[in-house]
Design a protein around this ligand. Structure first.
Ligand code: KE4
Length: 435
C-alpha cells in the first residue's frame, strides 16, 4: 500500500497499533482517525505556542488547534499559571464555586443575547441541553437542523436529510432509534425557500432551529445575509427558538462570537471549546426568562458531575481575559486574508480548481470548481486531492485538519513569518499535486 506520507513515523505507528488494542479505532474521537485522508493518525507528544510535536520528534505548525479551542496557541503562560494555581485548590467539589460565577459573568458580558448561562462538559452536552430547553420552553417537539452542520453526537441531531427537501431525518448511526429522530427535520443550509416552505407548513409545531451561524463542519461555509434574516424573521413570527451553535465560533470569530460579528441575536446559544481554554467545558445560554426554565430554577432537567469544574473554569477565565485584554481578531483576520490570497494565487498558478471559504481565522481550501454554499456542494469536492495536499503539507511540517469537511484554525501564537513559510510549503504541495 503506498503510504500517503512520504515520511515514516515509526513511533506513531507503534503507538497507534498499541492504542487499537484497547481503544476502538485507536482514537477517542473518529475526527482524529485520519479516515478522510488515509494513513494512520500521528501521535502527539507535546504542544507549545503554535506548534505540535509528534512522538517521532517532528514539529508541525498547528492549524487544528484541538479543533478550535487553542486560539491562543498551546500552553499559553496565563492559562498554565491559572490552572496550576487552581489545582492546589482541589480538582472538583460537587458543590458550587465562585470561579463558575466569574466565567458566567464573562460570557454574559461578552455576548449580549446571553443574560444567563449553564456550564456543561462538552459541546455535545451544550447542544443537547439547548434542544431540550427549546422543547421545554415552547412545549413543542419539532427541531430543525441543516445538512452539514454538526452539533456533537446528540441522538436527535445525528440525522441526514432524506431524499426530499422536507423529509423527516433518518438516523445516520446505528444505535439511534427512529423515535429519537422522528421529530428532527433536516434542511439545506442557505436555502431560504425551503425554510419558508417548512415554516408555512409546520411553523407552529417547531420548537427550535439549530445551526452553526458560520459552519465549520462541512468545511467552512458562511451563511448568506438573506438566509440569516429569513431565519430570524420566521422564527420570531412562529414563536420558534433560534439556536446558534457557537461551540466552534464562540470567542473565535469575535469576542462576542459569530453573532456579534454578523449582528444577529439568537434566542439560545451553545458554546464550548475556547471557553474551556482546552479543558472540558461546554455551555448554553440565552435571555434570563428563557434560561429560568432550566432546573432547579424551572422544570427542564439538566445536570452534570463535572459541570463548572473549577480547573476548567480557571482555564476558561484565563483564556477569555487574554482575549478581552488583547483581542487578536483583527490580526487573525489579516493572517487569514494572507492565507486566502496566497493559496488562491498558488492553486491558480498550478491550474488546480479550487475555492477558499474563510471567515476570520477559520478557513477551508476546497478542491472543486464550484462555489461551496451547502453540504451538497461541499461533497462534490475532490477528497482524494485534498488527502494528497494534506500529506504533502504534513510532510513539510504543517498540520491541517484531516478532512475536507473541517475548518482550519489560525492561532494568535502564529507569526507572519510562519504564515509565509506555510504558503511556501502550500505552493510546493499544490505544485506536487499538479504533476
Ligand atoms: P464536543 O462534544 O466535541 O465538545 O462538541 C461538539 C460540537 C458541537 N457543535 C459544533 C459546532 C462543533 O464543531 C462540535 C465539535 N467539533 C468537532 C470538530 N468539527 C470536534 C472534533 C471531534 O469530534 O473530535
Amino acid at each position: 500500500m503506498s503510504l500517503p506520507s512520504g515520511k515514516l513515523r515509526p513511533n506513531s505507528a507503534a503507538a497507534f497499533a498499541k492504542a487499537q488494542m484497547r481503544i476502538p479505532g485507536g482514537v477517542n474521537s473518529p475526527a482524529r482517525a485520519f479516515g478522510g485522508v488515509g494513513g494512520s493518525p500521528i501521535f502527539i507528544a507535546r504542544a507549545e505556542g503554535p506548534y505540535l510535536h509528534d512522538v517521532d520528534g517532528n514539529r508541525y505548525l498547528d492549524f487544528i488547534g484541538s479543533w478550535g479551542p487553542m486560539i491562543l496557541g498551546h500552553s499559553h503562560p496565563a492559562v498554565v499559571e491559572a490552572v496550576i494555581a487552581a489545582i492546589y485548590d482541589g480538582s472538583s467539589y460537587g458543590a458550587p464555586c465562585e470561579r463558575e460565577t466569574e466565567l458566567a459573568e464573562m460570557v454574559c458580558d461578552a455576548i449580549p443575547s446571553v443574560e444567563m448561562v449553564r456550564f456543561v462538559s462538552s459541546g455535545t452536552e451544550a447542544a443537547m441541553s439547548a434542544i431540550r430547553l427549546a422543547r421545554g420552553w415552547k412545549g413543542r417537539d419539532l427541531i430543525v437542523k441543516f445538512a452539514g452542520c454538526y452539533h456533537g453526537h446528540v441522538d436527535a441531531l445525528l440525522v441526514s436529510a432524506g431524499s426530499s427537501a422536507l423529509t423527516l431525518g433518518v438516523p445516520n448511526s446505528p444505535g439511534i432509534p427512529k423515535g429519537c429522530t422522528q421529530d428532527t427535520i433536516v434542511l439545506r443550509y442557505n436555502d431560504t425557500q425551503q425554510l419558508a416552505e417548512l415554516f408555512a407548513a409546520k411553523g407552529d409545531q417547531i420548537a427550535g432551529v439549530m445551526l452553526e451561524p458560520v459552519v465549520g463542519n462541512m468545511g467552512l461555509v458562511p451563511p448568506s445575509v438573506e438566509f440569516r434574516r429569513e431565519l430570524r424573521r420566521l422564527t420570531h413570527h412562529h414563536g420558534t427558538a433560534l439556536i446558534y451553535d457557537e461551540v466552534m465560533t464562540g470567542f473565535r470569530l469575535s469576542y462576542g462570537g459569530a453573532q456579534m460579528l454578523l449582528g444577529d441575536e439568537p434566542d439560545v446559544t451553545a458554546l464550548g471549546k475556547i471557553i474551556g481554554g482546552g479543558y472540558p467545558v461546554g455551555a448554553y445560554g440565552g435571555r434570563a426568562d428563557i434560561m429560568k426554565f432550566i432546573m432547579p430554577a424551572g422544570p427542564v432537567f439538566q445536570a452534570g458531575t463535572l459541570s463548572g469544574n473549577p480547573i476548567a473554569m480557571a482555564a476558561g477565565i484565563a483564556t477569555l481575559k487574554v482575549l478581552k485584554q488583547n483581542p487578536p481578531y483583527a490580526r487573525l483576520d489579516q493572517l487569514g486574508q494572507r492565507i486566502e490570497t496566497g493559496l488562491n494565487r498558488a492553486a491558480t498558478e498550478c491550474g488546480i480548481p479550487h475555492r477558499i471559504n474563510r471567515v476570520g481565522s477559520m478557513w477551508t481550501l476546497f478542491f472543486t470548481d464550484r462555489d461551496v454554499t451547502d453540504f451538497d456542494t461541499a461533497v462534490l469536492s475532490d477528497k482524494a486531492k485534498f488527502a494528497r495536499f494534506f500529506w504533502e503539507m504534513m510532510d513539510r511540517g504543517f498540520y491541517l485538519p484531516c478532512s475536507q469537511y473541517e475548518a482550519a484554525f489560525i492561532s494568535a501564537a502564529m507569526t507572519d513569518a510562519q504564515i509565509g513559510e506555510m504558503l511556501i510549503a502550500a505552493k510546493e504541495s499544490l505544485h506536487a499535486l499538479s504533476m
